[in-house]
Design a protein around this ligand. Structure first.
Ligand code: 13P
Length: 250
């Protein structure tokens, strides 16, 4: 069975003292897990702290965004090579909280995906539909467009050994997770769409589910054949809840 991947997305939470406590608890609880890879994506200023606490453990770390440009006069931006300087191995791209608030286009997100991949970072591409789009029955069309923009710009092979996270916008932070069947159906659709263009890339891709995952619903979600793990917001801020989710994956 392929290894599951569980990623903590801390969003804009934490400070030096609380991060230290939370990461110490992660290490204590999660490093004994054998069949699950665990990653924590922290706010930029805490990458150095994550590196110093997590190096030489089995927990990897990453960021929640990166610049679409490699270097230059882009005030406030952070490049892929800067993330690498702090030992990051993953980066979340196109999270709906950013795409909505900062008007990120699918093309911008695609360029960020390529930047991450070409610098040896594993991109975690977030895709998903709004409630209105689901109710209108166009959720697969919406997700297909997000995936196709990257395939059209860079080719399907770019998805090899990367991560896509299906995060229906209506499920994020709402306490209302997608059902295991709803998530499985979309995950199968995503893998199939990429497989049509590149079977090998689709087989090596991990597809996570994100949106109100908790230790209880994780059991059913992670039992689905195309759900390779989760991207966890709120519950990743509690070591015991995050541990419960990681154990459901194991
Ligand atoms: P919640 O787990 O808080 O719903 O957040 C999900 C998410 O946005 C992960 O990126």
């Amino acid at each position: 069975m392929p290894r599951k991947l569980v990623v903590a997305n801390w969003k804009m939470h934490g400070n030096l003292a609380s991060n230290q406590q939370l990461l110490d608890a992660y290490i204590q609880k999660l490093t004994p897990l054998k069949n699950t890879d665990v990653v924590v994506c922290v706010p930029y200023p805490y990458l150095a702290q994550a590196q110093s606490i997590l190096q030489n453990t089995t927990i990897a770390w990453g960021a929640q965004n990166l610049s679409k440009d490699a270097v230059g006069a882009f005030t406030g931006e952070v490049s892929a090579s800067m993330l690498k300087d702090f030992g990051a191995s993953y980066v979340i791209i196109g999270h709906s909280e950013r795409a909505t608030a900062y008007c990120e286009s699918d093309e911008n997100i695609a360029t960020k995906f390529m930047q991450a991949k070409s610098h040896g970072l594993t991109p975690i591409l977030c895709v998903g539909e709004t409630l209105i789009e689901r109710e209108a029955g166009v959720m697969e069309m919406v997700v297909a467009k997000q995936i196709d923009t990257i395939m059209n710009m860079y080719g399907a092979a770019i998805f090899a050994n990367t991560v896509v996270s299906y995060e229906p916008i209506w499920a994020i932070g709402s306490g209302l997770a997608a059902s295991a069947e709803q998530a499985q159906s979309m995950h199968e659709f995503i893998r199939g769409r990429i497989a049509c263009a590149d079977k090998g890339a689709a087989a090596s891709l991990k597809i996570l589910y994100g949106g109100s995952v908790n230790p209880q619903n994780a059991v059913q979600l992670f039992a689905m054949p195309d759900i390779d793990g989760g991207l966890i917001g709120k519950c990743s801020l509690s070591a015991s809840e995050f541990d419960g989710i990681c154990r459901a994956a194991t």
